[in-house]
Design a binder for this molecule. Structure first.
Ligand code: CUA
Length: 189
């Protein structure tokens, strides 16, 4: 009888010890996860993300990437398509943007005066344009067609009237037009 009454006692002591060990292990895991969250959170809050690219607003139209002659769509020698655009109160330059369908397209844009932004139709091409910074993203358009590209950051009294158009061409047609190497747009001349 004493053996049977002693047995549950022993088992209980073992299970309590196991429970305690497990609690310590779980406690350590939780503490580690919280420490990771705090350290990475503070790290990212204290450091600018690596993709921040700045540009001097005052010389934007005079030299460098965003001079007027370089705006529009370019087909690089490496076959990459880059659209460069500028937003200002209250228009985009160029007013009509040409891109190929089914090919990666990199947008690079900035603003001259206030914070603007744009979204291309119902696609995921969407960014803010902030004076002093270059916004960039790469996307591709599934099928040829035409999209409206409104400014979606309130930028002043003319905000509602600020928009551009985006023409998505079949890839062959785009490549045929882009071969010359000049900057493309669909702004009527
Ligand atoms: Cu530009 Cu709103």
């Amino acid at each position: 009888m004493s053996a049977t009454s002693a047995a549950p006692h022993g088992a209980e002591a073992v299970s309590i010890a196991a429970e305690r060990r497990w609690a310590v292990v779980v406690g350590v895991i939780i503490a580690l996860l919280v420490a990771m969250m705090v350290i990475t959170g503070l790290h990212w809050a204290a450091m600018p993300p690596s993709r921040v690219e700045t540009i001097d607003v005052h010389t934007l139209h005079l030299k460098g990437e965003f001079v007027e002659g370089n705006l529009g769509t370019a087909l690089g020698e490496d076959g990459k398509v880059t659209v460069r655009l500028i937003a200002q109160q209250y228009s985009f330059v160029p007013q009509c943007i040409v891109v190929p369908a089914e090919m990666p397209v990199t947008f690079r844009g900035t603003a001259t005066d206030a914070i603007h932004g744009f979204v291309v139709g119902t696609t995921n091409a969407n960014t803010m344009l902030i004076p002093g910074f270059v916004a960039t993203f790469t996307t591709s358009f599934r099928k040829p067609g035409e999209h409206l590209m409104p400014c979606h950051e309130y930028c002043g009294t003319g905000h509602e009237a600020m928009w551009a158009r985006v023409q998505v061409l079949p890839p062959e047609e785009f490549l045929a037009r882009a071969r010359g190497g000049e900057r493309l747009s669909c702004v009527p001349r």
